[in-house]
Design a protein around this ligand. Structure first.
Ligand code: 5GP
Ligand code: MG
Length: 166
């Protein structure tokens, strides 16, 4: 399955409109967006640019249980988290590229709480590959696509996002 950059752009547009509807329905004002390194930051940058979000994009990266293993089995370069502002009482839009077992999101939420107690957290993911091991769901999903344990969704970027299942 191939998602060229036009298809990913269409998914991002749909995610933006779903997220805006969610923000309105939940009466959220002045949300703060945080991307999970590294794929989640790419997706978050696109949404952050397209939406009128005042604050700088935050980036989270702790030694997560599972994150961004490339096809050759090497883990991505670790970068420190970059949280420019306090999350205390803020409505957080947490963005990742892929949601799988839910363990990365659990770890990300743990780390977020080290920066303060958010008023709410909304989860946005480009692709939900199913097979959760924790009770974590995204409020906004670009596409749901069940993948087997031997399959991997390669996300390429940063300027033009594309995806292919390998
Ligand atoms: P989880 O922690 O939910 O099991 O896995 C989600 C995290 O692992 C995401 O941050 C994502 O970057 C990475 N991940 C899991 N499966 C895939 C995949 O098929 N493709 C990519 N690009 N990342 C994945
Ligand atoms: Mg990731």
């Amino acid at each position: 399955m191939e998602y060229d950059n036009k298809r990913v752009d269409a998914l991002l547009l749909k995610m933006q409109s779903d997220l805006e509807a969610h923000i309105k329905a939940a009466n959220i004002s002045n949300p703060m967006m945080v991307g999970i390194h590294s794929g989640g930051v790419l997706v978050a940058q696109r949404l952050h640019e397209a939406m009128a979000i005042e604050d700088t994009l935050g980036e989270l990266n702790s030694g997560f249980y599972r994150d961004d293993f490339s096809s050759n089995g090497l883990s991505a370069q670790m970068k420190p988290s970059l949280m420019p502002l306090s999350v205390e009482d803020r409505h957080i839009i947490l963005v990742d590229d892929v949601l799988y077992t839910g363990r990365t999101i659990r770890a990300a939420m743990n780390e977020l709480f080290d920066y303060g107690r958010p008023a709410s957290i909304t989860l946005v993911v480009l692709i939900d590959r199913c097979h959760r091991e924790l009770p974590i769901e995204a409020q906004v999903v670009g596409v749901k696509h069940e993948l087997g344990p031997d399959q991997y969704l390669q996300v390429s970027g940063p300027d033009q996002l594309a995806m292919s299942i390998i």
